[in-house]
Design a protein. Structure first.
Length: 230
């Protein structure tokens, strides 16, 4: 499953087959299917939740990266496939270098949809929160920061995660985002930044997220109990 983003059609077919044969998954097949493509961000934004601004570039559609950044007034942006994991083919680009990196966007769009988002300075400064929920209830949280000069916070790029408390307001907002998903989850990770005191969603992870179970002595037990209760 860790390479599902490299075998999107095969994985989607597997999800559909599990839905058809009634196989019980920890997160329902319909929920996994919805979460597979990051178009779910638009669904959550339409439901009234604060979501990082996102432009979707459909597969095969020509799009000038330089023009897009100029129209949006973004000095820097992050470009990624709409189906991705572990920052695969994700890159940071400034407005001045956009023409020279157009080919990277074209490569993504040749295979599937792409997303273009403004670079969130909070990720570089304060960091990005990952809030883990088990059976819909908050379990624990970590604050992730990237290595020096790196916008990606994943450990494979030198990022580090430390246990933390995002505070009741952020926790409530993250819980509301999860509650807006079209189904109940056994496990979930809600990733986002805090901007002007409010939580802004970056991603909702319902397929294969690292759950940072080691940061809380009771976290693994909570997950085990949720699985046994299915």
């Amino acid at each position: 499953m860790w390479d599902y983003h490299l075998r999107v059609e095969k994985f989607a077919a597997w999800i559909d087959a599990r839905a058809a044969d009634g196989t019980r998954l920890l997160n329902p097949a319909s929920l996994v299917r919805w979460n597979l493509h990051k178009a779910y961000l638009a669904d959550l934004a339409a439901a009234g939740h604060a979501v990082i601004e996102t432009v979707r570039v459909p597969r095969g559609e020509p799009m000038s990266l330089a023009a897009l950044l100029g129209e949006r007034g973004w000095k820097e942006a992050v470009v990624k496939p709409a189906v991705s994991a572990s920052a695969h083919r994700t890159f940071r680009v400034g407005r001045s270098e956009a023409p020279s990196r157009q080919g990277e966007l074209d490569t993504i769009v040749s295979a599937g949809d792409a997303l273009v988002q403004p670079l969130a300075p909070e990720v570089l400064d304060a960091g990005e929160w990952s809030l883990v929920f088990v059976a819909g209830t908050f379990s624990h949280a970590v604050l992730k920061r990237g290595a020096a000069g790196e916008f990606r916070v994943q450990e494979e790029y030198g990022g580090r995660a430390t246990p933390g408390d995002p505070g009741p307001a952020v926790l409530a907002q993250a819980a509301a985002v999860l509650a807006a998903a079209p189904g109940l989850s056994t496990y979930a990770r809600v990733d986002g930044i805090v901007r002007d005191g409010a939580f802004v969603l970056m991603e909702l992870e319902l397929i294969e997220p690292v759950l940072y179970l080691g940061v809380d002595a009771r976290a693994a037990g909570r997950l085990a109990d949720a699985v046994l209760a299915l």
